[in-house]
Design a protein around this ligand. Structure first.
Ligand SMILES: CC(C)(COP(=O)(O)OP(=O)(O)OC[C@H]1O[C@@H](n2cnc3c(N)ncnc32)[C@H](O)[C@@H]1OP(=O)(O)O)[C@@H](O)C(=O)NCCC(=O)NCCS
Length: 161
């Protein structure tokens, strides 16, 4: 498992097209994935078997909130803990960044992913009709990591003499 580079963009885009965007067109093209990999506020993580990308996750970091844009594991590698491990990586980065909540949307009919996110402590919060190109309803799921109103911890680095 490692952070993605631009060279991985094509493989990630193909996984998104085949495993996530099925029937919705292809919005996460190699160009869009490249922009995400190059974006300083976005973390893209992949899992590889030898040189082949078998799983990936893309998360956008704001000041208070993070948004999981995409996450997928090749069917041949599902149910082996890869999704959980990629989310653990993201959650570590999130707690370092001091983010309060993580949001994501998924197809309401994606019961496997709903079970997966619930197992990771996410809560189903809202239905969003027509979210996917006006054609399909999304379900929003959220996980709180700290109270958004709570003050951020302050760290005063020791003086170096
Ligand atoms: C959802 C997805 C990412 C899960 O990845 P994964 O690597 O297979 O999941 P893990 O092996 O880490 O599973 C973690 C937990 O999630 C739950 N879970 C995952 N898949 C499940 C399934 N098919 N049925 C029931 N529970 C499941 C279980 O609680 C599991 O823990 P356990 O194996 O100890 O019981 C994967 O199925 C996938 O890529 N689906 C297609 C793309 C997609 O739908 N992405 C999400 C929307 S963006």
């Amino acid at each position: 498992m490692r952070p993605a580079t631009v060279a991985d963009a094509k493989a990630i885009a193909h996984l998104s097209r085949d495993l996530i965007e099925t029937g919705l067109g292809w919005s996460w093209t190699p160009e869009r994935v490249t922009r995400a990999i190059q974006d300083r506020n976005t973390l893209t993580v992949i899992a590889c078997e030898r040189d082949r990308v078998v799983a990936f996750a893309i998360m956008f970091f704001g000041d208070e909130h993070a948004h999981l844009s995409l996450l997928a594991v090749q069917p041949s590698h599902q149910r082996q803990g890869l999704g959980r491990q990629m989310m653990a990586w993201m959650m570590d980065a999130i707690s370092v960044a001091g983010v309060a909540t993580v949001h994501l949307e998924l197809r309401t009919s994606n019961y496997t992913a709903r079970r997966f996110y619930r197992a990771l402590g996410f809560t189903e919060t809202a239905y969003i009709p027509g979210y996917y190109r006006g054609r399909e309803m999304a379900l929003r799921m959220v996980k709180a990591l700290r109270d958004p109103a709570a003050p951020l911890p302050v760290w005063n680095p020791p003086k170096i003499h």
